[in-house]
Each structure stands twice: as structure tokens, then as C-alpha cells.
Design a protein around this ligand. Structure first.
Ligand code: FAD
Length: 477
């Protein structure tokens, strides 16, 4: 049955048209769809500056995609409830659909929104799509939430064949158009002076098409050897899909479907596919933990770590943030982040361990810095990962596992290619000293054009004593 009343599709972090259950529902009975994005940030879940860059470009891509199909992406600012009222009054729309959000703050806001709309006789529906499983679908035999990844993921894998196939872009989409829309540049999402995001462009293509081309490139050329290669930051063995996933430009079930096809054609081995899918599983687990433990971004998951005596050390924090700790692998990671908006996972672990163990600076300071600088910043994955590295999270690395930034560099950047790329002032140093330049004889340093303390910093802490102090402090809890 066709009806002339339009339905509103409220876009959030689901900036795509395919595998979009909310879009599919909005146009299910032939209604014209109003594609609406409301600039209404949640103050409790602030979007970092880097991610705002991504949002600008992702909205640009989505808008172009919708226009190609004959529609319009309407951009408005203000409280979502107010904007919806205005659009409903102007168009007679009587349905609103959106993709479900899962952070505690978003759940609270959307629950209120739904109640308000329903009270006015508007059909308001939220739809799944961000994860393979809804957080309430997976539980232990006794019905409690899992606290450890391996059994959680085993339970997920046991239900994997129940994941429904990804949805296509609805055919015969019609749009309600010619609504007043704001100009995206006026939202000021892009940095101006200085334009610190200038280096992002060559690395990324935000938007649904960019997400799929990343996935295709990964599966056809980079995924072979993922299981081992994923730990080596100089190797192009990871997918770089995380910012696309974060903005909802691609869904995990689309990734799953492509992965299965690549296994059938032999492009990806079962071993690599299993490992890659398990990483997607860690993303599911993080969202699951946050859903069941809403305090995850603020409070230690394991209560015994709450009283840990974090150091208040603003100079050390600043040195870490600027990539000037004197530990090349740490500095390389932070500088990669500055230049590209991302940091390789292995290096994130080293960098986070350095902050929380060597410097004993509160993991929440690291989390806040990552939130502002990572293009893939995600409330759940960021919090779960910081807690994991700090040793206080669910299923966490034990507190006494302290990454050694010198041996980690030797092991995971054996040719020094990663350090040389991001810390070019050390590039002439022989491989064996790249992880610890202060161990190089003076003549070698001079030969490489390095003057410690001038061209590159002395280490801000001594590894052995920092390690001992951390063990002492953690062990005392
Ligand atoms: P791939 O190796 O190609 O993995 C595929 C996908 O699996 C990723 O895109 C990502 O969605 C997911 N994934 C992989 N590893 C993890 C993981 N350990 N935890 C959760 N999901 C994972 N990831 C974020 O998406 N947002 C964050 O804010 C974030 N903060 C982090 C903070 C710290 C301290 C650490 C140690 C890790 C953090 N991660 C975060 C996890 C991980 O580093 C990134 O997801 C990964 O580096 C993204 O690169 P990729 O897409 O090439 O990953």
C-alpha cells in the first residue's frame, strides 16, 4: 500500500544506505523518505576533533549518494526533539526510524525521544545493525553477562549462522525533498588554523564507497597472512576499517559476508579469516561490556584497582602526547596518530602501557586523548582497551604484564621501518639501536646526526626503574 505521508530516517553513526534496517523499514510501504541528520552532539559522549573531520567528509559522501538517487540529505542543528517537531509539522511525517545506539548516554537520550514521539502519536522505531549481536542476545548458561572474551566469542560463533544476511539498498526508494537544510561547512567540523588534519586526506576516503573499497583491498591483497602480520606495524596487513565501522559506513555482517566469499574463492585462508573475525569479535565484546557495565569509561572494571595512586605528572603527559618520550616506538605511534588519525593496534598497546605503567598516569587521561585524536574513537572499544592495557579491565592483561618498549620495538619492528617512517630524525641509526638510541655509542649517534637531548629527547624515564615502581604500586593493591 502506498501512502503519501513521508517517514523520517534519522541518521546518526550509521552513514550508509546498504544493510540499513532503519532505511528499509522507513520505505517499507512505499513512503517517501526524509533523510535527516541532526547536529545535536551528546555532551556526555563528546566527539573528538579528529572524528569531526571524518564526520564532515562522511556526510558529504552520504549526501552525494542520496542526491544521485534523486533525494536530499537534510542537515539541521538543534535538539533532536525540536528539529523532528519542525520537520513533522512541515511535512506531515508520522513515522521516525533510526539505528539503535548503545552507549549508556545515547540509550538514555533515545529512550526519552521514543517516548516523546509516541506520546504524540508518531511511530518511532529503532533498528539493529551496528553489531552482529544485540548485547542482550548473548549470555552465560545461567543468564548472566560474560566477563571474559573467549567464552563470549565462542557463544557468539555458536549463533553465527543465525545472523541474517545483509540488506541491499532498498529498491524503488522515493524521497521527500526540498526541505530547508543547513550548509555543512557552517558546522565548523573541519579544523581551520592550524589545519592539523591536512595529513589525513591521503590515507582515508570516508563514506560507504570508501569503506567497501577498503574492505575489497584488504580481502584481495592484504588479508593473506593477517594472523601473523597484524602485529607488525610496518606491514600493510590490517584492514583499517575501524573509522568506517565507527561511523556506520559498513556493517559487521557485510564484512562477514565478504569474508565468507573470500574464503570460498581462496583469497583468504581459514586461519586468517578466523583471526580477523575474532578481532571484529573484540569490537562486539567491547560494546557488550559497556552495555552491561555502563561505568566502563569512567570506573575500573575490577574494583580492587580503584584506589590505585595515579601520578599527577602533566609534563610527562605532555611529552607522551607530543611523541617526545625518548622511546622511539612510543613516539612513532603517537606521531603516526598525529599525522594519520590512527595508530596501529600493536603500538596502541605499547603506547597505552607506557602511559599507565611506565609513567603511572591515569588511563582516563589516555582515553580522553585518544577520544580527541583517533578517527575511530569509539566509547566502548576505547574504554575496554584502555582498561585492558591498564590491567583493571574485564579479561585484562595482568597488571604485571608491562610491555617493554625496547624489546617490543625489536620484535615487532625488526627492520625499524615503522620507527624510521614516523621518527625520521632517527632514520640513520643502525637497526640494533633504533629501539633504544641512548644505548648507542656516542660515535654512532654522531654518525647518524643525532644529539640526544637536542635532536631527539633522552628517555623521560628509565625502563627498569619505571617497571619496578609500577610493579610495586600495582602489587600493593
Ligand atoms: P583490524 O585488525 O583490521 O581489525 C578489524 C576490526 O576489528 C577493526 O576495524 C575493529 O573494528 C575491530 N578490532 C580490532 N581489534 C580490536 C580491539 N582490540 N578492540 C576492539 N575492536 C577491535 N578501536 C576502535 O575501533 N576504537 C577505539 O577507540 C579504540 N581504542 C583503542 C585504545 C587502545 C588503548 C587500544 C590498545 C586499542 C584500541 N582500539 C580501538 C582497538 C584497535 O586498536 C583498533 O580497532 C584497530 O587498531 C583498528 O585497526 P584495523 O581496522 O586495521 O583493525
Amino acid at each position: 500500500m502506498s501512502t503519501s505521508r513521508p517517514a523520517i530516517l534519522l541518521f546518526r553513526n550509521d552513514l550508509r544506505l546498504s544493510d540499513h534496517a532503519a532505511l528499509t523499514a522507513a520505505c517499507a510501504d512505499g513512503r517517501p523518505v526524509i533523510c535527516l541528520y541532526v547536529n545535536d552532539p551528546l555532551p556526555a559522549d563528546p566527539m573528538g576533533a579528529a572524528q569531526q573531520w571524518w564526520l564532515h567528509h562522511s556526510l558529504t559522501a552520504l549526501s552525494a549518494q542520496i542526491e544521485l538517487l534523486g533525494g536530499q540529505l537534510v542537515l539541521r542543528s538543534g535538539p533532536t526533539q525540536t528539529v523532528l517537531s519542525q520537520v513533522i509539522a512541515a511535512t506531515g511525517a508520522d513515522e521516525v526510524h533510526w539505528s539503535r545506539r548503545y552507549t549508556p548516554n545515547a540509550v538514555a537520550a533515545d529512550t526519552v525521544l521514543k517516548t516523546q514521539l509516541k506520546a504524540r502519536g508518531i511511530r518511532a522505531e529503532s533498528h539493529a545493525g551496528r553489531y552482529l549481536f544485540e548485547p542482550w542476545q548473548v549470555a552465560t548458561k545461567s543468564g548472566t553477562p560474560f566477563r571474559v572474551f573467549t567464552p563470549f566469542w565462542r557463544a557468539c560463533l555458536a549463533q553465527l549462522d543465525q545472523v541474517s544476511p545483509a540488506l541491499p539498498i532498498p529498491s524503488g526508494l522515493t524521497f521527500h525533498r526540498h526541505l530547508q537544510s543547513e550548509d555543512l561547512p557552517d558546522w565548523g567540523l573541519l579544523p581551520a588554523r592550524p589545519n592539523w588534519a591536512a595529513g589525513f586526506g591521503p590515507h582515508w576516503t570516508p563514506g560507504e564507497a570508501g569503506a567497501f573499497s577498503r574492505l575489497d583491498q584488504f580481502l584481495s591483497a592484504r588479508a593473506q597472512g593477517y594472523a601473523e602480520g597484524r602485529d607488525f606495524p610496518a606491514e600493510a596487513r590490517v584492514s583499517n576499517l575501524s573509522p568506517h565501522l565507527q561511523m556506520g559506513e559498513i556493517t559487521p555482517r557485510q564484512i562477514l559476508a565478504s569474508l565468507r566469499r573470500a574464503e570460498v574463492t581462496g583469497d583468504v585462508s581459514d586461519r586468517d579469516a578466523t583471526k580477523f573475525l575474532a578481532e571484529v569479535g573484540w569490537r562486539e565484546f567491547a560494546a557488550y561490556l559497556l552495555y552491561h557495565t555502563p561505568s566502563l569509561p569512567e570506573v575500573e572494571f575490577q574494583p580492587k584497582f580503584v584506589p590505585f595512586p595515579w601520578r599527577d605528572a602533566p609534563d610527562d603527559l605532555a611529552a607522551w602526547q607530543r611523541g617526545q618520550t625518548g622511546y622511539p616506538i612510543v613516539d612513532a605511534g603517537v606521531r603516526e596518530l598525529w599525522q594519520t588519525g590512527t595508530m596501529h593496534n600493536r603500538v596502541r598497546m605499547i603506547v597505552a602501557s607506557f602511559l599507565t605503567k611506565h609513567l603511572r598516569i591515569d588511563w582516563r587521561a589516555g582515553l580522553a586523548w585518544f577520544r580527541d585524536t583517533l578517527l575511530d574513537a569509539d566509547v566502548a572499544s576505547n574504554a575496554a582497551s584502555w582498561q585492558w592495557v591498564a590491567g583493571c579491565g574485564a579479561d585484562a592483561a595482568p597488571y604485571f604484564r608491562i610491555f617493554n618498549p625496547i624489546t617490543q620495538a625489536t620484535k615487532f619492528d625488526p627492520t625499524g621501518a615503522y620507527i624510521r617512517q614516523w621518527v625520521p630524525e632517527l632514520s640513520a641509526l643502525p637497526d640494533r639501536y633504533l629501539g633504544a638510541p641512548w644505548q648507542a655509542p656516542e660515535a654512532v649517534l654522531l654518525g647518524a646526526g643525532i644529539r640526544l637531548g637536542t635532536t631527539y629527547p633522552h628517555p623521560i624515564v628509565d625502563h627498569a626503574s619505571a617497571r619496578a615502581a609500577a610493579l610495586d604500586a600495582f602489587g600493593g593493591l
